[in-house]
Design a protein around this ligand. Structure first.
Ligand code: GLU
Length: 475
């Protein structure tokens, strides 16, 4: 989103490598193993022609599998003009560590097509996606047991539907073919809750962190989300849902950054009204009650308790880190903070909840979708009614014993059997809580570790290393 990265000296992939190296110092790993873990195992760069209005355009695209320590590999596909090999390598690496953190048994991967999706019609995007998928099939770079794409920046459920349909056409006899891609529409064997999963995971992660009295005391904050102010950068799928769930819990949205500019209102911005305003006017600017700021990242520097970067990488840099006033940065995007900025913020005492943990909700629910596809049954189908009638039996016995009657509404609440959406939300909540505890325990055990990101990398690297060691590759 921003071109404010004036002091960018290292590439995104080098940034991820430097985070890995920093954390590796706290682990006693066999010689050479970190070198293997850091590298991308398979890099597929492709070019293919697409005829648009009688002219051929050569499209540049990638699929990069960072780590085969577990298969399939997993990660989104983005449509953006910013796509390049370095970016996709960095994002694929982050996927490996992200999956390890949340115990999703996949290696990391990422794909990208270097296009601006806004410049193409739906039909043209469909042709590009189908051709890209065919290229992946030709090289055995996609499949439920090989590599499973998902949505990312600039892509959505519809695009995943095209990928699925193309894959099915080439593999009509493959019983598990639906597991070749996740984030599909629910009508195409997708899963309920996947659309909002990343934003919901961001919310669960921030909420759990903010329950910790000692951590909040260090920041001079009381516990809990309620009444805390926050700024969000990027109102795409992730930013929108993260903001929505934060507001539902009582947080106050005070600032928003988007392509067209940024706005601030210390009294609070109504998210629904803002979305409506943007739909009607094409911009967040001119939102009644809010102040238009001078540039599109300015709101990130305004007073707030929590800053949620939910756009692209390299947004918080050495150039602007010093001006950030938030006490907590919740990284909803992948790689929003450069290592230089990270150091500045850690020294300032800012708590950064790192991307590889905080935005792992998407891939977690993708994992649930993949499981659903392989098991060929919707979650909740087998046990919902059974649970309901068992609970009803208990409630009726209690009614008899106590001679008290419950209202129908009370009975409904007490005897509710879990639907797919209930199980997805609860599975995601459990994952975010457990993973946070693992990171915090590692952080506590390693007193020299100054920041949560390094602690998260220590957890992730030790899990990936364990897999290699168990394979007997690195004794
Ligand atoms: N693109 C998302 C991410 O960066 C989701 C990946 C997935 O579901 O495989 O985490």
């Amino acid at each position: 989103m921003s071109d404010g990265n004036l002091k960018k000296e290292t590439s995104f992939y080098q940034n991820v490598e430097s985070y890995v190296e920093k954390a590796a110092k706290y682990l006693k790993l066999p010689k050479g193993l970190i070198g293997q873990i850091k590298e991308c195992n398979s890099v597929y760069k492709m070019h293919f022609p697409i005829k648009i209005k009688g002219e051929y355009q050569v499209i540049e695209a990638y699929r990069i599998q960072h780590s085969h320590h577990r298969v399939p590999t997993k990660g989104g596909i983005r449509f953006s003009l910013g796509v390049n090999q370095d970016e996709v390598m960095a994002l694929a690496s982050l996927m490996t560590y992200k999956c390890a953190i949340v115990d999703v048994p996949f290696g990391g991967a990422k794909g990208g097509i270097k296009i601006d999706p806004k410049s193409y019609s739906q039909n043209q995007l469909e042709r590009i996606t189908r051709r890209y998928t065919a290229e992946l099939i030709k090289k055995n770079f996609i499949g439920p047991a090989i590599d499973v794409p998902a949505p990312d920046y600039g892509t959505n459920a519809k695009v995943m539907g095209w990928i699925l349909d193309t894959y099915l056409s080439y593999n009509p006899d493959q019983i598990d073919a639906y597991g070749c891609v996740t984030g599909k529409p629910v009508g195409l064997n997708g899963i309920r809750g996947r659309t909002e999963a990343t934003g919901l995971g961001v919310f669960y992660g921030i909420r759990e962190m903010m329950k910790k009295k000692s951590e909040m005391a260090k920041l001079g904050l009381s516990t809990g989300i309620k009444g805390k102010t926050f700024v969000v950068q990027g109102l795409g799928n992730v930013g929108y849902y993260a903001a929505k769930f934060m507001i539902d819990e009582g947080a106050v949205l005070v600032g928003v950054c988007e392509y067209e500019g940024s706005i601030y209102n210390a009294e609070g911005i109504n998210l629904t009204a803002l979305m409506k305003h943007r739909k009607e006017t094409g911009s967040i600017m001119g939102m009644p009650g809010s102040t238009d700021l001078e540039d599109r990242t300015k709101a990130m520097e305004m007073p707030c308790d929590i800053l949620i970067p939910a756009a692209l990488e390299n947004q918080i840099t050495a150039e602007n880190a010093g001006r950030i006033q938030a006490k907590i940065i919740g990284e909803a995007a992948n790689g929003p903070t450069t290592p230089d900025a990270d150091e500045i913020l850690i020294d300032k005492g800012v708590l950064i909840i790192p991307d590889m943990y905080l935005n792992a909700g998407g891939v977690t629910v993708s994992y649930f979708e993949w499981l659903k596809n392989l098991s060929h049954v919707r979650f909740g189908r087998m046990d919902k009614r059974f649970t309901q009638s068992s609970y009803m039996g208990i409630v009726e016995s209690v009614e008899k014993m106590t001679n008290k009657k419950l209202s129908l509404k009370e009975k409904k609440v007490l005897t509710h059997g879990a639907d797919e959406i209930d199980l997805v939300y609860s599975g995601l909540e459990e994952t975010m809580i457990e993973s946070l505890e693992a990171i915090m325990n590692t952080w506590k055990r390693n007193k020299q570790v100054k920041d949560m990101r390094t602690a998260a990398y220590v957890v992730a690297l030790s899990k990936v290393a364990d897999a290699y060691i168990s394979m007997g590759i690195f004794p």
